[in-house]
Design a protein around this ligand. Structure first.
Ligand code: SIN
Length: 290
């Protein structure tokens, strides 16, 4: 199948067009796309994908096992109400309400810098988000490349952070981003809390990235609160400098694949409720960060 690939931004990201994934994906095409994605620093946009839920799930599985796959640990209970009723592998994001008064998806999901599910021992690797309804303007998603941010640090800073571990806790986002009644007790029971290295190395490429994010990282182990807060604040400022960012302006039927091991993202909620936005996301379970 012939298709076009262009760079999205000078530092990272690939834009793929002219590809019809609903016609089927085989091992060869999957490996080609995974290589393009990997070589582009873990960000790939594939335009014009009118996929069924089954097609979305089956192509996502080429990246690895999905949250929601039978026998896998579910995402935290707060999120379970936004899981697709027929497809437990699909998490829904939307500002719309169904006829029965139920939200079509999580409103305002990810409106803060984060890396998906970093509060789990086995956090998300790829997230594969399909834009089924997108506002005419607004509702962009911004990505920050934490690998290039790491590489831009001084050797002294790299040395300082190399041995450090940080704690990631869903409660950080829950406290500020979720209405109290929506958060359930189990979310705070410790299953949504994990300790990860501040710098992680991608197994396939050996490339290092900063792996802390303001959404879920509570503190750096072994530091006084003031020290930890100062270092985390510095990391956020450093990682979100314009040269490390790509801002995605969604087109309907864009399929965006990002690597949570080396990218943070931020969903910009600047659109009104009468501008419908509906997205479906498959989330790949990754390895324990090293
Ligand atoms: C997310 O954090 O997965 C949501 C991203 C978006 O809605 O743009």
């Amino acid at each position: 199948m012939a298709f076009n690939v262009k760079a999205l931004a000078p530092g990272f990201g690939a834009e793929v067009s002219g590809l019809e994934l609903r016609e089927g994906m085989d091992d060869g095409l999957a490996q080609t796309l995974i290589s393009i994605w990997r070589d582009a620093g873990g960000l790939m946009v594939i335009h014009d994908q009118q996929l069924s839920s089954e097609q979305h799930i089956s192509l996502s599985r080429y990246f690895g096992p999905l949250f929601g796959d039978l026998g896998e640990q579910p995402l935290q209970d707060t999120v379970s109400q936004y899981i697709h009723p027929d497809y437990p592998e699909i998490y829904r994001v939307s500002n719309q309400v169904d006829n029965n008064g139920q939200p079509r998806g999580r409103k305002g999901a990810g409106t803060y810098w984060h890396s998906d599910v970093s509060f789990r021992e086995y956090p998300a690797q790829a997230s594969i988000l399909l834009g089924k309804q997108v506002p005419e303007t607004g509702g962009d998603t911004i990505f920050a490349d934490q690998a290039r941010a790491y590489e831009a640090l001084s050797d002294a800073m790299k040395k300082l952070i190399a041995p450090l571990y940080a704690w990631h806790d869903f409660e950080i986002a829950a406290r500020t981003q979720y209405a109290k009644p929506v958060v359930v007790e189990d979310d705070m029971s410790g299953t949504n809390r994990a300790r990860h290295p501040v710098v992680r190395t991608k197994l396939e490429t050996g490339r290092k990235s900063i792996y802390v994010n303001p959404g879920f990282t509570s503190h750096i182990e072994g530091m006084h609160a003031e020290e930890s807060n100062a270092l985390l604040d510095y990391m956020q400022k450093h990682c979100t400098q314009p040269q490390f960012l790509y801002r995605h302006r969604w087109r309907k039927d864009d399929l965006v694949v990002w690597d949570n091991r080396s990218l943070m993202h931020y969903a910009v909620m600047d659109y009104p409720d009468d501008a419908p936005r509906y997205m479906e996301r498959c989330t790949v379970i990754g390895e324990r960060p090293q």
